[in-house]
Design a protein around this ligand. Structure first.
Ligand code: SF4
Length: 289
């Protein structure tokens, strides 16, 4: 496969064919993120995308596959180009199980419900949206370039199109000062969006992340593991999103939580309580992005 630079994908796409259709992230300004800082955003020529599909087909044969469209926000592509790519995926892999991609709220809002339905009919099954926080103040602080209102409208736009929505939030993103604001505002956001899936990562700053400078300068205090759990407890006691599949079992998390909202909230709160009593958190050195 003709990959340009380092490739990232959601944990749930570990066994998918990664088809790079864009390079980098069209936004690329979030202060906690280093994933695409080395890449300048561009769209891959269709010819190269098709070459990759041909190569994958000769390797995998006519297998039933999952395909993830990379990089940072493949949904930024025009409707025409996305439709062409989805048709090519089906042409080379007629038994494709599902096709997914990252997308921003603005990418979703640039498309009409009918266009999103068309993408679903051509195989697009799920969009991963990194919301990060429901706090307007935190979103502004991290240079996310999106508003809470846009997140809610994007979720509404997807509803009924057949495309599922998977949202990611980041524990500890507001630091100690914004712990309560981050938890409660994020719970309010998820209550309004009601995504199919919700995943929590825990903030882990890699060298080169602009936010790291704030931490080093003492302008932001990272959460301790106990504070991360306190924040999660607050989130879980405020959220109301019946049926959302909840996961906080990423390599960056201090403890692993999984369940269905709202049904499993009491069990997850109990697990948090026990971990705090026993001081049982993942060792810092074992955390990964
Ligand atoms: S967090 Fe997402 S939108 Fe922000 S810079 Fe990183 S890849 Fe781009």
């Amino acid at each position: 496969m003709n990959y340009d630079g380092m490739i990232y994908r959601p944990p749930s796409e570990a066994y998918s064919l990664i088809l790079q259709v864009t390079v980098g992230c069209a936004h690329n300004h979030c202060t906690f993120c280093t994933m695409y800082k080395e890449k300048s955003f561009h769209v891959k020529p269709l010819r190269e995308v098709e070459e990759d599909l041909k190569e994958a087909r000769s390797y995998y044969g006519n297998r039933s596959l999952r395909i993830f469209l990379a990089d940072g926000d493949a949904l930024v592509l025009s409707q025409e180009k996305l439709c062409t790519i989805l048709r090519l995926c089906r042409q080379y892999f007629p038994k494709t199980e599902r096709i997914t991609s990252y997308g921003t709220a603005q990418d979703i809002l640039r498309k009409s419900k009918e266009e999103l339905q068309e993408l679903h009919e051509l195989g697009l099954d799920m969009i991963y949206l990194g919301a990060e926080s429901g706090s307007p103040e935190i979103l502004e602080h991290i240079h996310k370039g999106v508003t809470v209102e846009e997140y809610v409208r994007a979720a509404e736009r997807l509803r009924g199109t057949g495309i599922r929505l998977s949202v990611t939030l980041i524990s500890g993103l507001g630091g100690q000062k914004m712990l309560e604001e981050h938890a409660v505002a994020s719970a309010k956001l998820i209550t309004a969006m009601k995504p199919d899936y919700l995943g929590f990562l825990t903030l882990l700053l890699e060298p080169g992340a602009p936010m790291l400078q704030e931490v080093k300068a003492g302008m932001m205090q990272l959460l301790t593991p106990a504070q991360v759990l306190e924040e999660m407890e607050l989130f879980l006691t405020h959220v109301d999103s019946e049926g959302t599949v909840f996961r906080s079992n990423h390599a960056s998390n201090y403890i692993s939580l999984a369940g269905n909202l709202n049904r499993d909230i009491p069990a997850m709160l109990e697990k948090i309580q026990k971990s705090r009593e026993r001081d049982a958190f993942k060792n810092e050195s074992m955390r990964r992005l």
